[in-house]
Design a protein around this ligand. Structure first.
Ligand SMILES: NCCCC[C@H](N)C(=O)NCC(=O)O
Length: 423
């Protein structure tokens, strides 16, 4: 859909629908963490299997997300949002109603195939309907609404206490109903977009510049620092916060399921408001690299605080919450500034290919480390290797953010003769 021809009201209706769809998608993504302990108790799943249920989301996307980006260009954001939301619903239902691990894993695989391309399609929807001054705000706000979905999933043991007292399955059925809502919102968005496209006669999907492998080799060093930071930082955030943190809080810090889910949820809750706020500040000040380095630094600090001290869990939670809000708020607008606009889709696709590989590996390595040492409520020290692993990854990620910052002066100098680049 071409933005220049529609009224702001339609843009905001589309924004609300896309946000509802994003909310549901994030809820389903984070629906495994709160039932991890129940899966172990009631179905005898190992930590490796639980890690696999999230890792398998990422595995197909190590390849497919590049194709997904190309398909979004080819068929348009609205159609791809609708198609992928339908795939996600099928995956969520299969996960909830499967009698065994293989079926559940297949459901998560299907969900993963749909969800990452869905995320690119929703980003593309924002760029379709919001140009110029409001794009960063719209993107930050939509990321924030996605975090609301994650927050709701973490709060679900409190909100849907009865479902959790029955067992592992009812929470996943609730996730399936929410995925159906996401599909309904995607359908409404597609219908509106189709009408707008007919009225505006904007550029037809499929006219976008084609994908060329040589594009991948032309990104500068700053882009690659950002890619490595993206991989390491998201690997820790997703493997820890979305897979193992609730169980870790239960077993190491002695919280019950509801309290562990609640404290985890505040990270997402803070991000709902803080992500658009940090994006706004970043836009105003233009201090991308220092903000990114600061946000990246808070992650290893929070891991160290949680694993090496007896300080309140709130301290680690607040630190990780700031990191979780600040890094994405800066990373996506910064990536748009580091690569030419015509190759932005390719750049994000490539970043997410590598990110998905890193997140899958981190989930598997963390689960394997826990199983190998027999981490449990009776052996809380068994979680130490996992936390050391997360500490190392997040520290290396911070190193990349520092490299980005340290080379910012050179980029500024080069930018003086070419286009404007951020500090
Ligand atoms: N909904 C959770 C998975 C999203 C993964 C996606 N590749 C991504 O990085 N999105 C940006 C973000 O900050 O969530």
């Amino acid at each position: 859909m071409n933005t220049s021809v529609q009224n702001r009201g339609v843009a905001w209706v589309v924004f609300v629908l896309v946000c509802i769809a994003l909310y549901g998608n994030s809820y389903v993504y984070d629906s495994i963490g709160p039932i991890a302990d129940l899966l172990q108790q009631q179905r005898g799943f190992s930590d490796t299997q639980i890690g696999m249920l999230n890792a398998i989301y990422n595995l197909p996307n190590i390849v497919l997300i590049l194709i997904g980006g190309v398909l979004c260009d080819r068929f348009g954001a609205a159609r791809m949002t609708l198609y992928t939301a339908a795939v996600c619903l099928a995956g969520a239902a299969l996960t909830a109603f499967s009698p065994n691990f293989a079926g559940m894993a297949t459901g998560r695989l299907l969900y993963g195939i749909g969800a990452e391309t869905f995320n690119i399609a929703t980003l593309a929807a924002m760029t379709d309907y919001f140009t110029g001054g409001s794009i960063a705000f719209a993107m930050g706000l939509s990321l924030g609404i996605g975090r609301l979905g994650s927050y709701s999933a973490d709060m679900s043991p409190t909100w849907f206490q009865h479902a959790y007292s029955v067992g592992w399955q009812p929470p996943l059925v609730i996730a399936t109903v929410i995925a159906a809502t996401s599909l309904a919102a995607s359908l409404a968005y597609w219908l509106i977009d189709r009408r707008q496209t007919h009225q505006a006669a904007g550029p037809a999907p499929g006219t976008a510049r084609g994908f060329a492998f040589s594009d991948l080799l032309r990104f500068g060093p700053a882009y690659w620092y950002l890619v490595i930071l993206c991989v390491l930082w998201y690997a820790v955030i997703f493997a820890f916060r979305s897979t193992f943190s609730i169980k870790y809080f239960q077993h190491v810090h002695g919280l019950d399921l509801a309290a562990a889910g609640e404290i985890n949820s505040y990270v997402f809750f803070a991000a709902i408001f803080a992500t658009p706020l940090f994006g706004w500040i970043c836009d105003r000040t233009g201090r991308y690299a220092p903000m990114l380095a600061f946000g990246a630094l808070l992650l290893p600090i929070s891991i160290a605080v949680m694993s090496l001290t007896h300080w309140s869990l709130w301290i680690g939670t607040v630190l990780i919450g700031i990191s979780y809000s600040m890094v994405p708020a800066v990373m996506w607008p910064l990536s748009a500034k580091l690569v030419p606009a015509a190759r932005f889709g390719t750049a994000i696709g490539l970043m997410w290919v590598i990110q998905n590989g890193g997140v899958a590996a981190a989930n598997l390595v963390a689960g394997w480390l826990n199983d190998r040492v027999g981490a449990s409520a009776l052996n809380p020290a068994g979680y130490d290797p996992m936390m050391l692993f997360f500490g190392i990854c997040s520290t290396l990620g911070f190193g990349c953010a520092m490299m980005l910052w340290l080379t910012a002066g050179r980029r500024r100098h080069e930018a003086a003769t070419h286009a404007s680049l951020p500090a």
